[in-house]
Write a protein that binds this ligand. Sequence first.
Ligand code: 8DG
Ligand code: MG
Ligand code: MG
Length: 143
Amino acid sequence: HVAAPPSPQVAVAICLLRDKRILMGRRLVSIGNSKYSLPSGHLEFGENFEECAIREIKEETGLDIGKIEFLKVTNNLFMDQPKPADYVVVFVRAVLTDPTQTPLNLEPEKCDGWDWYEWDNLPQPLFGPIKKMVMDGFNPFPQ
Ligand code: 8DG
Ligand code: MG
Ligand code: MG
């Protein structure tokens, strides 16, 4: 019996925008450990991108989001990891249903905490994929 080879995985990453700021947190997991990134998670079977975004944000921050819009898809390879990974990442943007709601750190074993950052003053160091997108001129805010 031969183990099945690894497959690409699908993740949804959420640019949660509040006024001129975006929600980010410092990762505490193997890929991108200690780097700042967007809330994100794996697409579950039978779920669409919007449902995944709503669920992951709720699980990770307790926040309720709406106005979810597709932004971009990227293919991110992490081949030099101890456990290599191949992600197809769907980036969406969203806003808070209730703008007075504040983020909770509901998965403290995976994230150091959430905060709002201005796009021109993002926290450092950024997680590789989002860092590259920023350098390439990506901007999730409505123009
Ligand atoms: P789950 O068990 O809740 O479904 O997953 P998770 O624990 O929340 O997964 P995650 O690591 O937060 O996100 C899934 C993967 O998405 C992550 O391991 C790497 C990948 N990923 C990229 N680019 C980006 C990005 O720009 N931001 C974030 N947060 N994740 C990204 O390939
Ligand atoms: Mg996550
Ligand atoms: Mg998650």
